[in-house]
Write a protein that binds this ligand. Sequence first.
Ligand code: ADE
Ligand code: ZN
Length: 331
Amino acid sequence: MRDFLKRLPKAELHLHIEGTLEPELMFTLANRNGVKLPYESIGAVRAAYEFDDLSSFLELYYSGMSVLKRAEDFHDLAMDYFRRAHAEGVVHVEMHFDPQAHLARGVELESVMEGLGLARREAEREFGMSTALIMAFLRDRPAEEAMRVLESAAPYWELLDAVGLDSAEVGHPPSKFAEVFQRAKMLGIPRVAHAGEEGPPEYIREALDLLDVCRIDHGVRCLEDPELVTRLREEEIVLTVCPLSNVRLKVVERMEDHPLPELVEAGLRVTLNSDDPAYFGGGMLANFQACHDAFGWSRETFIQLAGTAIESAFISERRRLELHRRLAECD
Ligand code: ADE
Ligand code: ZN
């Protein structure tokens, strides 16, 4: 099964590029940039990755990214991930990035875009991998700040495949960002949002009604609201589910308790993703394998989920056909 899951052409729709920072690269970049880390060793970094919830993770996630200073660092970060993902049979990666987390440290959007842009072209050349870019707003920061970031990103609007919404969810409903997302819509930029990870089903409704998103990141708590499940099914909304992330952040206690089988059974359009692979115990292959181990899913189920990811990826129709063909040939 592992060989099959590795061969399966996987499209990843929910990944935070800053969450791919492995401790080894963290130390390399800290040395290169003269940043003092609060850890003695690589082992100590890994040992610190025990989380009680989303907030306790975000603290380490934002502190880890302090080593990212220049375009070169963002390039190395992304290439390090693309190389690993390629080795796991990932053919397409859509990456969220958090401009506000970098601006707050004096790192300009230009450096982020230059580094990620370079890495994207290299991944295409070296691995035949396609990539997409999702500029995320931090929901625990003011909406006015998000609006300023969106406006200041004008030179890069053409390069954005979507805008997203992430960071601490509870207490920061999608409604807070209605205007920002309205502006993105006016600019013709597609929209996605994290909702229903730790937040209530109502946040998923708001993301649909007020942010007009085409996908919901996580969305697992929709099952608490049967009417919402019906709506998600009828409107064919894709959920980008991140199983290992949900276990590590204690959204669920164990993989065996994860609602993924229920979501699939309910006829929802589900995809599997890694979220922050450096922090949550593995990338796409580990997430697929964990689902196999916990739910005993057949090849057909994995083919269905991989197909849903290809269907809803931000790629050209030509690329979509190519990936569907590769999926059909994979057995
Ligand atoms: N930023 C990085 N990972 C995240 C997650 N799982 N939820 C919300 N914001 C995030
Ligand atoms: Zn996420």
